[in-house]
Design a protein around this ligand. Structure first.
Ligand code: GLC
Length: 597
């Protein structure tokens, strides 16, 4: 089962700035003219609008101290690699102190670093070194719940009169007596299996947890919780972070009446049973409840106060927003005058999970036209979902398919979120034995739900035994595919996927049309090839054609006003240049990108 399933119910100035920064590294180049300077300032402000955001799962990126677990100093060591790739920001999955039940998404201290990952000094060094390479560091911010070991919760559970009691969601059970705990207050279930209510003997009440029992939900009806999180956000922004990815946003609030949720039925009227053996519920009382948007407006207004002169560069808020459709996603940007996220993730495109040209076209048009001129944030995978190849590959053309999909990702208008290892085509390697599983949902849900270890394996730097990730046995095994799919080997091969990613990112960041140009679909009845054009004032239009099939295809792109001539920017390795716009030949899963003359 895919993680998404859990949550489903639920200008040119910019270009000049980007190019100047790419050429001059960080800051304003000494020779810059006034014009360039203002372009750079605008690029600082708008950096996120065409940003490439690279997610790092810190446990698995680079181990620097030989304990088999990745760490902050490891990431710092690899910054030159990331700079060469051309990314703008790294998003770090949580590195705060944590019992690691959910590998950091159970936070016990929001203002510190887990010793497993390093020290606060290591963190400051990472931010400073990344800054020198013009890479921003974004933190993960988990606001739905804390760890049950957080001081707030330890206090909260200690007595019904403790000042922290109402920082969490507590309730009496049903039919509870002085000797019997009765039944949970309602039928709500956790995304991670079974009742979302946990009995707590000390104070004889149940507490609510949408995720693991060790992740009690915070009570967002309590203004003190809001203040606590603003204080945490301020703490990290003052340390120089470029923004946050807000975790599990739709689940912040629950129905205050604790009404039962509806049971989801199949077409024969039978309840659907999920991989944990529970009846699937409709999530109608525990996700997207009133209040979520107001909290995000409050957090955005607060974060924006840090984007003033003394803190150059906009602080960006990304949302973990698995929304059911584009209308709901559009709301995550906030209503006019009350902004919420700059970049709520758009799972509409990347989670189609099928190479279906018409659906891709529809979803991309929606992203371009139905988000009220906001910036889409496209992505294909992350630490919760099987990697690209596992969801789109055919086992024969996996690299070609990833070339095709990465073209859609990087050359559509907007910002991009990518996941470490995508650029080398890392595979999802799911454990084959229950005893090897680390992700708790893979243990409790075995064999139907095997957990998320498969997409969290160590970064493959080279073909050595531990893939250059660690000198010790890595916390998750390095898959055999690392012998072929690794940074060292792919760096030497101009036709590798890594070389393709570098080229796409360079085009996205330096071609004036691709930085900010508007997007129009071409050849819209074609069910085999997805083609589109990007256009920006004062720069040549760019056309992109991506063959979604294993057979060769020929497309005729009729661009009004064009004389049919093309200048190739990038094409599938080995392919020849097309004679004209009217006859672009594409091999299996082939890609063509060219400037229209
Ligand atoms: C988010 C994270 C996921 C985590 C969950 C609970 O969905 O991406 O990894 O398990 O929140 O914090």
């Amino acid at each position: 089962m895919h993680w998404t399933k859990h949550l489903e119910s639920g200008a040119l100035a910019l270009f000049l700035g980007a190019a100047a920064l790419a050429a001059g590294g960080q800051g304003v180049p000494a020779s810059s003219t006034l014009h360039q300077r203002s372009a750079i300032q605008s690029s600082e402000r708008d950096w996120w609008k065409s940003a490439v955001i690279y997610e790092i799962y810190p446990r698995s990126f680079q181990d620097s101290n030989g304990d088999g677990v990745g760490d902050l100093n490891g990431i710092t060591q690899r910054l030159d690699y990331l700079k060469e790739l051309g990314i703008d920001a790294i998003w770090l999955s949580p590195v705060y102190p944590s019992p690691q039940v959910d590998f950091g998404y159970d936070i016990s201290d929001y203002k510190n670093i887990d010793p497993q990952y390093g020290t606060m000094a290591d963190f400051d060094r990472l931010v400073a070194e990344a800054g020198k390479r013009h890479i921003r560091v974004l933190m993960d911010m988990v606001m739905n719940h804390s760890s049950d070991k957080h001081q707030w919760f330890l206090q909260s559970r200690s007595s019904r009169t403790n000042p922290y009691r109402d920082w969490y969601v507590w309730s009496d059970g049903k039919g509870e007596t002085t000797t019997d705990k009765g039944q949970p207050p309602n039928n709500w279930i956790s995304y991670f299996g079974h009742s979302a209510w946990q009995w707590d003997e000390t104070t004889r009440q149940y507490y609510y947890h949408k995720f693991y029992a060790q992740q009690p939900d915070l009570n967002w009806n309590n203004p003190k919780v809001h203040e606590a999180f603003k204080d945490i956000i301020s703490f990290w922004l003052k340390r120089g972070v470029g923004g946050f990815r807000f975790d599990a946003v739709p689940t912040l609030f629950e129905d205050p009446n604790l009404t039962d949720e509806g049971v989801v039925k199949d077409k024969d009227g039978k309840p659907i049973i999920n991989s944990f053996g529970d009846q699937e519920l409709d999530d109608s009382k525990t996700t997207n409840q009133p209040g979520v948007h107001e909290v995000m407006q409050e957090m955005r207004a607060y974060a924006d106060t840090f984007s003033a002169a003394s803190f150059p560069g906009t602080r960006v808020l990304i949302g973990e927003t698995y929304m059911p459709n584009i209308t709901e996603l559009a709301k995550m940007y906030g209503p006019a005058g009350k902004p919420e996220f700059q970049l709520p993730m758009d799972t509409q495109v990347g989670m189609i999970n099928k190479l279906d040209v018409a659906t891709f076209r529809t979803k991309l048009i929606e992203a371009e036209t139905e988000l009220n001129n906001n910036t889409p944030l496209l992505l294909f995978d992350n630490h919760d979902n099987p990697r690209i190849q596992a969801r789109y590959g055919d086992g024969v053309h996996d690299t070609d398919i990833q070339r095709a999909l990465s073209t859609v990702l990087f050359l559509s208008r907007g910002a991009v979120q990518m996941y470490y290892g995508d650029e080398i085509g890392m595979l999802t390697t799911t454990p084959s034995r229950k005893e090897d599983v680390k992700d708790p949902i893979g243990i409790s849900g075995w064999p139907e739900e095997k957990g998320r270890d498969g997409e969290r394996t160590p970064m493959q730097w080279d073909s050595s035994a531990n893939a250059g990730f660690s000198t010790a046995k890595p916390w998750l095994p390095v898959p055999p595919s690392a012998a072929l799919l690794n940074v060292a080997d792919e760096s030497r091969d101009p036709s590798s996927l890594l070389a393709w990613y570098r080229s796409l990112i360079r085009i996205k960041k330096t071609n004036p049309t691709m930085v900010c140009g508007v997007e129009t679909m071409l050849d819209t009845n074609n069910t085999k090839v997805l083609s589109w054009m990007r256009k920006a004032q004062g720069a040549p239009p760019v056309v992109v054609s991506v063959n979604f099939t294993a057979e060769s295809q020929t497309v005729n792109l009729n661009v009004p006003g064009a004389n049919g001539k093309l200048k190739t920017l990038l094409k599938t390795p080995g392919a020849s240049d097309p004679a004209s716009l009217e006859k672009i030949e594409l091999g299996p899963y082939g890609v063509y990108i060219g400037e229209v003359k």
